[in-house]
Design a protein around this ligand. Structure first.
Ligand code: RB5
Length: 144
C-alpha cells in the first residue's frame, strides 16, 4: 500500500499523484490534507503516512510539502523510516537502489508535475541493489 500526505505547499502535486496512481490501478491511501488549507501544518500529515509505512515492509510513503524538507525531517525521526528528499529521476532511482528509501519526499513548489510523476513511477518500480555494501551502509546509517 502507498500512503500519501501533504500540506498546502504540496496539495496540487499530491492531487496529481493520486490521479496518476488511480489511472494505473495502483492502490493508495490519501492521508490528507484532502483540501487546500493555507494554514495547515505538514507534521500532521507525516504522522499517518509514517504509521502506514511502518505496518509492512512493502508499504511506501509519499510526502509533499513546499520544499520537501519539512516532511523529510519529520519522517526521518521515526525508526524504520528512510525518507529521501528527491529532486530528479536519478535521485529517485538511487534513493531506492542505494538507500532502500521507503518514503519519497517531494517539494511541490519546485517540481514540474510531469517530472514528479516520473519520479514517483521510478521510486515505486525500483528495487534496492542487492550488493551487500549498500545493505551494510544503510544498517550503519540507520544505527541498526
Ligand atoms: C509551508 O509554507 C512550507 O514551509 C512547507 O510546505 C514546507 O516547505 C516546509 O518545509
Amino acid at each position: 500500500m502507498i500512503y500519501l500526505g501533504c500540506d498546502h505547499g504540496g496539495f496540487v502535486l499530491k492531487e496529481a499523484i493520486c490521479e496518476h496512481l488511480k489511472k494505473q490501478g495502483i492502490a493508495f491511501t490519501d492521508c490528507g490534507n484532502t483540501q487546500y488549507d493555507s494554514e495547515d501544518n505538514f507534521p500532521d500529515y507525516v504522522e499517518p503516512v509514517v504509521k502506514g509505512v511502518l505496518n509492512d515492509q512493502d508499504n511506501r510513503g509519499i510526502l509533499i510539502c513546499g520544499t520537501g524538507i519539512g516532511v523529510s525531517i519529520a519522517a526521518n525521526h521515526h525508526r524504520g523510516i528512510r525518507a529521501a528528499l528527491v529532486h530528479s529521476v536519478d535521485y529517485a532511482r538511487l534513493a531506492r537502489q542505494h538507500n532502500n528509501a521507503n518514503v519519497l519526499c517531494l517539494g511541490g513548489r519546485f517540481l514540474d508535475v510531469a517530472v514528479a510523476l516520473t519520479i514517483v513511477d521510478t521510486f515505486l518500480n525500483t528495487a534496492m541493489d542487492p550488493n551487500p555494501k549498500y545493505q551494510r551502509r544503510m544498517k550503519a546509517a540507520c544505527q541498526e
